[in-house]
Design a protein around this ligand. Structure first.
Ligand SMILES: [Zn+2]
Length: 140
């Protein structure tokens, strides 16, 4: 089983094997920082190529965070076929006929994850929680 992870440091989304995601965190495959598991969805190995395909598609689309949020909203609240049509309009590379009916449902779930994360990432600048300390000299 695979879980989507979301790295705030390098603004990337990736899939990680579930057992590598301990305590809701995993290592980002791109930058090595700690990434957060996106809650609420999991995928099987067969979904990985589809995930990567859709991820590239969303990254190449240049959607604004506002667009991404709106599309995620359509997926969450909408009818499957309609959501797919709306997405296909905004993402020309997403051609409905390239996806089997079975794939569409998974594709929508993946797109929801990708778009929600994309809108979060771009809406709020990453907060650097811990500034690195310059050494721990004055211990007791
Ligand atoms: Zn990263």
């Amino acid at each position: 089983m695979y879980l989507p992870i979301h790295c705030a440091s390098c603004a990337t989304i990736a899939l990680r094997v579930a057992h590598e995601c301990l305590g809701g965190e995993a290592t980002c495959p791109r930058c090595g920082e700690i990434a957060q598991v996106v809650p609420g969805c999991s995928y099987v190995e067969g979904d990985v190529p589809l995930f990567n395909r859709l991820k590239r598609l969303v990254e190449d689309s240049g959607l604004s965070s506002e667009d991404a949020r709106r599309l995620a909203f359509e997926i969450e609240g909408g009818v499957e076929s309609r959501a797919f049509d709306i997405l296909a309009k905004r993402l020309p590379a997403l051609q409905p006929e390239l996806f089997s009916p079975g794939e569409r449902r998974t594709a929508l779930s993946i797109l929801d994850t990708l778009l929600t994360s994309a809108s979060d990432l771009r809406a709020s600048p990453p907060t650097s929680l811990q500034a690195p300390r310059a050494g721990d000299g004055a211990g007791p």
